[in-house]
Every structure is written in structure tokens, then in C-alpha cells.
Design a protein around this ligand. Sequence first.
Ligand code: ZN
Length: 97
Amino acid sequence: MPVPKRKLSRKRRDQRSANKGLEPKSLAACQTCQAPNMPHQVCRECGYYKGTKVLRTKVDRMYTRGQAREALAASRGAAMAPKAPAESTGAGEGAAE
Ligand SMILES: [Zn+2]
């Protein structure tokens, strides 16, 4: 009769049953954007929880950065345009360096 060569360590024995309790995640649809997310947790897609904005998402940050960039470009454009005849050389060199 075959006999195990050596004793199974507690770790190896317990690892065998470690996956028996696993169940597939149950996902709910976000109330705001309908994206699948974990129930009772903030939606990672839109940052809303129960209809309230609680999280700044990556898209929000990209959007605000874009707006800041546009505002900066507009202010630079506005600053450059009227002063162009008088300070064109000085401003151009300052911006380049
Ligand atoms: Zn959402």
C-alpha cells in the first residue's frame, strides 16, 4: 500500500483548502454611470456613491489639468498679443529659456 514519503507541513495542508471558500465577486451597476462596481463602494469610473460625488477620478484630474493648461495658454496669448510690438523680443527670449 502506497504511503506518503514525508509528513505534509501545516502550510501545505492548509493551502489545499484555502481556495474552497472563494466565490465569484458579485457586481452591481453604478446608479450614476451604470458601470459595474462592487456594492456599497464608490464607483471608480465616475467617483459617485449613492448619487453624491465623493472621489476625484483620473478623468476629472485630466479634465482640470486640460482646463488649467488652456487657461494658461489663453493668458499667455492675451499677454503676448497686446504687448507684441513693444516687448516681442524680451518676452520671446524669456519664454524660450
Ligand atoms: Zn459610476
